[in-house]
Write a protein that binds this ligand. Sequence first.
Ligand code: GCU
Length: 674
Amino acid sequence: MDYRMCWLEYRGLPADAAGKLKDWFSSVSILEPGSSVLKDEIRRFSERSIGITPRFYSRPLKKEKYIMVGRLESLPIKLDENLGEEGFMLRTLEWNGSKILLVTGETKKALVYGIFDLMKRIRLGEDIEKMNVLEKPKAKFRMLNHWDNLDGTIERGYAGNSIFFKDNRIIINQRTQDYARLLASIGINGVVINNVNVKKREVYLIDSIYLKRLKKLADIFREYGIKIYLSINFASPVYLGGLDTADPLDERVARWWREKAREIYDYIPDFGGFLVKADSEFNPGPHMFGRTHAEGANMLARALAPFGGVVIWRAFVYNCLQDWRDYKTDRAKAAYDNFKPLDGQFDDNVIIQIKYGPMDFQVREPVNPLFGGMERTNQILELQITQEYTGQQIHLCFLGTLWKEILEFDTFAKGEGSYVKRIVDGTLFDRENNGFAGVSNVGDSVNWTGHDLAQANLYAFGRLAWNPDEEIERIVEEWIKLTFGDDEKVLENVSYMLMKSHRTYEKYTTPFGLGWMVNPGHHYGPNPEGYEYSKWGTYHRANWEAIGVDRTSRGTGYTLQYHSPWKEIYDDINTCPEDLLLFFHRVRYDHRLKSGKTLLQTMYDLHFEGVEEVEEFIKKWEELKDRVPPDIFERVKERLHMQLEHAKEWRDVINTYFYRRTGIPDEKGRKIYP
Ligand code: GCU
């Protein structure tokens, strides 16, 4: 096999643990017809981890101990539980003279989740004799967005080429199924397989020439409870249908989409729906025809509704042709300005997908005020698992800690306790169609994610989407144990590195919510004015005495998009959280922070500290030689050394920039280039 199975790499369990499991796994009763996926996974695990091949039966058994897998309604034991479509139960009980470990749920998909969860728990050392678990996902939509192009390239992909496409063809092979296994094991239930920028050949993905092959892909993913979605081009009726317009209120356009939907569902009866990037960064949309986002999205939604499909409409809409001399327009305000007035106008099967912050996946941004701003609209939180602005999988930057902070952010939309996590799980505004989307970090590299430790980002995304209340430390611990086994030192060092890495990256790049000091285009490496005079609305306006954009009520008014007390907290330089200071305020370099140090001195200090922390990561990793597989050890080591070199570049470029701007030296006399 030319790739590893990440956290699903089943290794032999210690002899005593395996010994105890043998009786349980020797006979497995599966009361579910057509359940090869369940059998295969149990067999794989038993053979590799316990060293036995189970016998499978399709009826209850007379045995001292065994595992029974079946939907609630097919069990001989009556249990009064409401598990919903995706919830499952693992319970060890006595019945009919046998000890049974029951894996049950209301659907086949729930059984798949149950089996993966059972094996995870066993691998983490939980006692099978005492299993008593009831799990239900909190959010309904738990999606991955692939930015994969049909030619096999991936927009913002840092882990090789696409696993879905090559040379304008759809790839289906063993890896397709293994990917479905990985995703199901972390509870992902939807995958958008193509890039949100639907240009050139990708427009044809909804054409019959591709649908046949897509059906095969959907058949594989369905077995693991995962639905396929496609990004579409809003002007498809023109490109594919030969119409002279894509105006959503033109009946010919609506009819074309209805017929298209029917055709797609003929091939894929459980097709998930469309993801749409409209009127954004040169993608066509309803604005081209003088229509609103709601009119555009609803027209598509009505075509999909009869088949149960949804339209996921992105809120990433802003003026991408700004003039840097224009001080009035503030890109941070754009999503709210565009979508807030439409709250309540979207059909039930439309979901607005909102990036976590108002700009674009910077290392730190405030939470997008649309969360808490729209009470009558379904919402998906969009996170970027791929590390576009966070080190491109060369740098170690675990994002779970940042995501957890976002989920725990209290919007105060309905008073205290109006957390983002309660919006995306639908409970705060009592809505059903909500959830998570993560821009995938997966490619065809041997470890799927380029940096081996970046697998933790994918894992954490799935686990938080399933349960945003989960503690991040626990998720990290799980991932480490499942990936590397039980070695205490590995657990200690890797969790130290992961838990700290986002802050470290922030320190040596752009702290204080500054963002954007990257090279334009590919977005890797420092360039303090790379985006300063561009069209993208991404300015910091540093001069000799101050830096930052005044986004307060006295400036662009962005702070007014928040509920109280955030509105007031962000508005005041004395109460604004310091890690977002330069996002909200224009600040003099000699401004004193809470520590008593000036902004400038702190800027210098953080950059030196960040590099020292990377040096520390290298030491921690070196200690793990011979404790992790040698190929992983070498790959990670190589990346950490690249990270160190590039972190130094960041430190020196940014510190030099500020020194040259201000003429104020570092108090500690460290090397800064004059
Ligand atoms: C970023 C990214 C683009 C992407 C866009 C989006 O701007 O650089 O590659 O297309 O986000 O999310 O649509």
